[in-house]
Design a protein around this ligand. Structure first.
Ligand SMILES: NC(=O)c1ccc[n+]([C@@H]2O[C@H](COP(=O)([O-])OP(=O)(O)OC[C@H]3O[C@@H](n4cnc5c(N)ncnc54)[C@H](O)[C@@H]3O)[C@@H](O)[C@H]2O)c1
Length: 246
């Protein structure tokens, strides 16, 4: 893939899998994450990968990483935004401050990084943006036992609405905006699920297991690629059939 792509949340889980797969397939990658040490530990050094310590809640970081990318690699073709915060608090445990913190990272942060990328892409009138939502918005989640709760699911619902709004605004400028919607995926984000919860969830999935990060990355790479050139405003479900569960 001859493209330059920024991946956020690149130090871990799905973002890390996207970074590795893009690199394997010949892309140039700017790996963005607030956890710089983890970026260094998990991602090998390569002329085609540049690591950037950044946080999507900082508008400065979002604007600066675009400048960093075009200076380093000469262009920006794609953004895969995986960085996010999880919250498993139940409705009666969740304080408004915590709700706002999650919405700030997951919705406002998504808006800031997507807008910064779109501002650059409008110069060449082409580009592709992939945001990350979650299967939890399909059936609602209670929180507890380590699983996502109302703050997390609400934030991911916001990301889906944002995907569609941006797709409408940016389509005429040659920029596609889509989302991937993972089901439960084996990453540090689900580390706090209890064994009992994991077992119950797996039973709901026709495929009987959780996703591996690479299986979600494959979907994101397809959406970023020219093979998806007529897709925009879509939400690609990759969830082992969990939305058909009881
Ligand atoms: N793992 C799952 O079961 C699952 C299910 C549905 C959706 N998702 C979504 O997939 C995406 C990737 O999740 P994951 O499972 O790989 O999680 P993860 O916890 O393994 O990785 C998340 C990464 O995001 C980074 N991050 C956190 N706050 C950030 C910020 N403010 N700015 C930039 N980066 C930040 C973290 O440092 C971390 O490296 C997330 O958007 C998540 O909500 C995950």
């Amino acid at each position: 893939m001859r493209k330059t792509v920024i991946v956020t949340g690149a130090a871990s889980g799905i973002g890390l899998a996207c970074t590795k797969l893009l690199h394997e397939r010949g892309a140039k990658v700017v790996a963005f994450d607030p956890q710089f040490e983890k970026l260094n530990q998990n991602i090998p050094s390569s002329d085609n990968i540049s690591k950037y310590k950044g946080d999507v809640t900082s508008e400065n970081d979002c604007i600066d990483v675009i400048h960093h990318t075009t200076t380093h690699f000469g262009s920006l073709d794609g953004l895969i935004h995986c960085g996010a915060a999880h919250s498993s608090l139940r409705w009666n445990e969740l304080e408004p401050e915590e709700m706002n913190r999650i919405l700030n990272i997951n919705v406002t942060g998504t808006f800031q990084i997507a807008r910064a990328a779109a501002n650059e892409m409008t110069k060449s009138e082409k580009g592709s943006i992939v945001l990350t939502t979650s299967a939890s918005i399909l059936f609602g989640v209670t929180g507890g036992n380590g699983q996502g709760g109302p703050a997390y699911a609400s934030s991911k619902g916001g990301v889906l609405a944002l995907t569609r709004c941006l797709a409408r605004s940016l389509g005429p400028k040659g920029i596609r905006v889509n989302a991937v919607s993972p089901g439960i995926t084996n990453t540090p984000m689900i580390a706090h699920y209890t064994e009992e919860k994991k077992q119950t969830m797996k039973e709901r999935f026709p495929l009987g297991r959780f996703a591996e990060p690479k299986e979600i990355a494959e979907g994101a790479l397809f959406l970023i690629s020219d093979a998806a050139s007529f897709m925009t405003g879509e939400n690609m479900h990759i969830n082992g059939g969990s939305n058909f569960g009881s």
